[in-house]
Write a protein that binds this ligand. Structure first.
Ligand code: PHE
Length: 355
């Protein structure tokens, strides 16, 4: 049978091969990003895509070949569409583009180290100074009984000095349980148990029912000290405190004593150190006086020694006590005590170099 004239046999030449080549190309397609997949779709199935172009060409295919080529072209088109779908699904499941391109050789984000709390730094500095003088460290419970906080320290029941301490009571029975208002309670425990002579410092947290302000807090820290031996005198106490003040506030520091009152010491004194900011000339930190109040002290009252079973005829001693926050405020010119308890990183970071 004669071929119809409009069929150009040449046009068929290579179409089968081109369909096969395109099929191989589609099967090997491996683009990953959404953009690449869309580009591949347009390249194959878009209006000017290569699969679409083959369909255009199909119109000129000899009728006896149309069936075979038509089938092949349909398979090609379906394969291309299915491949594009499969690539899209794979892209949606794959980790984000950012994760896929993570550069493991990049330096990490810096992790900043924490810093010591200024109260810890000050407490350790105070304790280490007294350690150098030969003092041991003694610690005791924060929840105490009346005996160790008051009675053994010469505060009889109803004594007005108890009022000064603004105690938090946990139970209010005949033998109340309370939060210690000073670490003198640890000194009592030491006097009851330790062999003489005793030379200790007692660092710890204490509690007083006071309104919170720039100068007072209901929780703060103390370091108290106790030295008991034969022939311990007021001059020994003065010397120990002067040496401490010079280690803590600088070699030029002077101390002065003002008479004071504590039930457990007699005589008692309040210690001032010369202002380390103005060197004693007077400034706004020392309120023009040239002196800063740092601690209370005194010779242990014989009643206190006897209450703990120590022979007050043979032994004498001195005691002192200071607030750690107060010492830290003076050393680093912190104006508001509340800074110590608020954990504001801008404040805490200022002490980073003191690590
Ligand atoms: N315990 C006293 C206080 O908390 C301080 C102090 C200790 C005073 C030892 C004198 C001697 O206020």
């Amino acid at each position: 049978m004669e071929m119809p004239v409009f069929v150009d046999k040449k046009k068929d030449i290579g179409m089968k091969e081109r369909i096969e080549a395109l099929m191989a190309e589609i099967e090997a397609l491996s683009c990953k990003s959404e953009q690449e997949i869309e580009e591949a779709r347009v390249r194959l199935l878009g209006k000017k895509g290569s699969v679409t172009a083959l369909f255009e060409e199909f119109r000129t295919v000899a009728p006896e070949l149309k069936r075979e080529y038509g089938q092949k072209l349909n398979v090609l088109k379906n394969t291309a569409a299915a491949k594009i779908e499969a690539l899209k699904e794979a892209a949606a499941e794959a980790p984000a583009a950012g994760a896929a391109s993570f550069d493991y050789t990049m330096p990490g984000d810096p992790v900043s180290l924490g810093s010591r709390h200024p109260v810890s730094i000050a407490r350790e500095e105070i304790v280490s100074i007294f350690r150098k003088f030969g003092y041991d460290v003694a610690e005791g419970p924060e929840v105490e009984d009346d005996w160790h906080v008051f009675e053994a320290l010469n505060f009889p029941p109803e004594h007005p000095a108890r009022e000064m301490q603004d105690t938090f009571f946990i139970s209010d029975s005949d033998n109340p349980v309370l939060l210690r208002t000073h670490t003198s309670s640890v000194q009592v425990r030491a006097m009851e148990k330790m062999p003489l002579p005793i030379r200790i410092v007692c660092p710890g947290r204490v509690f007083r029912n006071e309104a919170i302000s720039a100068r007072a807090h209901c929780i703060f820290h103390q370091v108290e000290g106790l030295y008991i031996d034969e022939n311990v005198t007021f001059a020994d106490m003065k010397q120990a405190i002067l040496l401490f003040a010079r280690e803590m506030f600088g070699a030029q520091s002077q101390i002065r004593m003002r008479p004071s009152y504590f039930p457990f010491t007699e005589p008692s004194a309040e210690i001032d150190v010369s202002c380390n900011i103005c060197g004693g000339k007077g400034c706004n930190v020392c309120k023009g006086t040239g002196w800063l109040e740092i601690m209370g002290c005194g010779m242990v009252d014989p009643n206190v020694l006897e209450a703990s079973g120590i022979d007050s005829k043979k032994y004498s001693g001195f005691a002192f006590g200071m607030g750690v926050e107060r010492i830290a405020m003076l050393k680093w010119q912190v104006r508001d005590l509340r800074n110590y308890f608020e954990n504001d990183l801008r404040f805490l970071k200022e002490f980073e170099t003191s690590l």
